[in-house]
Each structure stands twice: as structure tokens, then as C-alpha cells.
Design a protein around this ligand. Structure first.
Ligand code: FMN
Length: 188
């Protein structure tokens, strides 16, 4: 598939076959994905690949988080929300956590975040090319102690997003984007 088709066809897919994704494949895709622009070659990113039993760390952190978010509900429904979050996480074959070193200078930090986002998009497209499904996820649990400690995220590091990865068990329709002529002003 050419690059234009890959970009247009990539969708966030959150239902996966019950099949592991070899770590070697993810490593290989990352090896290419990091050929992204980054100012002063800071290469601020690192990744934590979570799979198999390791997923229990994220699942447990999400369970605690989901129960806290449901604080207004009765105990049974709170527990239900927690269990749903746990089960949902365990159904994802591989979770790639993108982590970034947070530079004390805000300008550098912004640049580094953009650079890390470029790597992530590269990775999504390379995964698409390999027939893998991905979904970018961000949620509160990732910024709290059980998640951070469980995955060894150090102080001064930021969890940027998680990328869920698996072999797709469904196709997903895309939502059309705003035509670019509405978002492009040409100054000449
Ligand atoms: C930074 C970021 C965070 C996201 N977080 C979530 C999330 O927490 N949950 C979710 O369902 N989708 C999340 N998404 C995925 C978007 O919802 C998705 O990309 C959007 O709906 C467009 O769909 P598409 O990816 O299929 O084109 C996130 C995307 C980005 C870039």
C-alpha cells in the first residue's frame, strides 16, 4: 500500500483477535518509527512494551482509576466499572506506552512532545502496513502512582500516550475530516 492509502486507511481499532503480537515485530517497527524529526536530536522518547502477564499492571491501575471515577455510584456498580476496565485492558494483546523525558525548559518540552508524536504516527502507519490494528489511548490512570511505579516511569518522565496493538477483529469506518480548504489560509 502506498503512503497516501496508509494514512487514509489507518483507523483506531479496539477489538483484536486473541493472538499475541511478537515483540520482535513491534521492535522492528519502532526502529523505523524513530526516524522522525526532533530538534537538536534530543530523541526524548522511550517506550515500554506491555504484554502477557505484564498487562495486569495496567489493568489493575485502570481498575482502581475506573472505580475512583465512579465514586458517585453504589458499590456494586463501582466494582462493575472497575472490572470492565480490567477486562478491557486484558483483551488488548500488546500495549506500547510512549514515555518522554520532560525537559525543564518549556520550549524544549513542547518540541519534544511534537517529536514524540511524530514517532507515534510513524509507528501507527508502519503497523497498518503490517496488517496490525492500533488505537491511541490517553487516560488519567497513566499519570498516577500505580501505573507509573508499576511500569518504572521515573520522576521527570511523562507518559505521552498508550498505543494498543493487535490483529484486527473488526473494521472501523472513518469519520470524514474537515476539508482542508476550511483550515488552510494561503498568504502570498
Ligand atoms: C493524543 C490522543 C489521545 C487519544 N485518546 C483516546 C482515548 O483515550 N480513548 C479513545 O477511545 N480514543 C483515543 N484517541 C483516538 C481518537 O479518538 C481517534 O484517533 C479519533 O476518533 C479519530 O479516529 P481514527 O483514529 O480512526 O481516525 C486518542 C487519540 C490521540 C491522538
Amino acid at each position: 500500500m502506498d503512503l497516501t492509502a496508509l494514512i487514509r486507511n489507518r483507523r483506531s481499532v479496539q477489538l483484536y483477535e486473541d493472538r499475541a503480537v511478537p515483540a520482535a515485530v513491534i521492535e522492528e517497527l519502532l526502529e523505523t518509527a524513530v526516524w522522525a524529526p526532533n530538534h537538536h536530536l534530543t530523541q526524548p522518547w522511550r517506550f515500554v512494551l506491555v504484554q502477557g502477564e505484564g498487562r495486569r499492571i495496567i489493568a489493575e491501575a485502570r481498575r482502581v482509576w475506573a472505580e475512583a471515577e465512579a465514586a458517585g455510584l453504589d458499590a456494586e456498580r463501582r466494582q462493575q466499572r472497575g472490572e470492565q476496565a480490567y477486562a478491557k485492558t486484558m483483551a488488548v494483546p500488546a500495549i506500547l506506552v510512549a514515555v518522554m523525558k520532560e525537559d525543564p525548559q518549556l520550549v524544549v518540552r513542547d518540541e519534544d512532545l511534537v517529536a514524540t508524536a511524530c514517532v507515534i504516527q510513524n509507528f501507527l502507519l508502519l503497523a497498518e502496513e503490517r496488517g496490525l490494528a492500533t488505537a491511541v489511548k490517553s487516560y488519567g490512570a497513566a499519570h498516577h502512582a500505580p501505573f507509573r511505579q508499576g511500569l518504572g516511569i521515573a520522576p521527570g518522565e511523562r507518559v505521552v500516550v498508550e498505543v494498543q496493538i493487535g490483529y484486527p477483529a473488526r473494521t472501523q469506518q472513518g469519520v470524514p475530516r474537515v476539508p482542508i480548504r476550511e483550515r488552510l489560509r494561503i498568504v502570498e
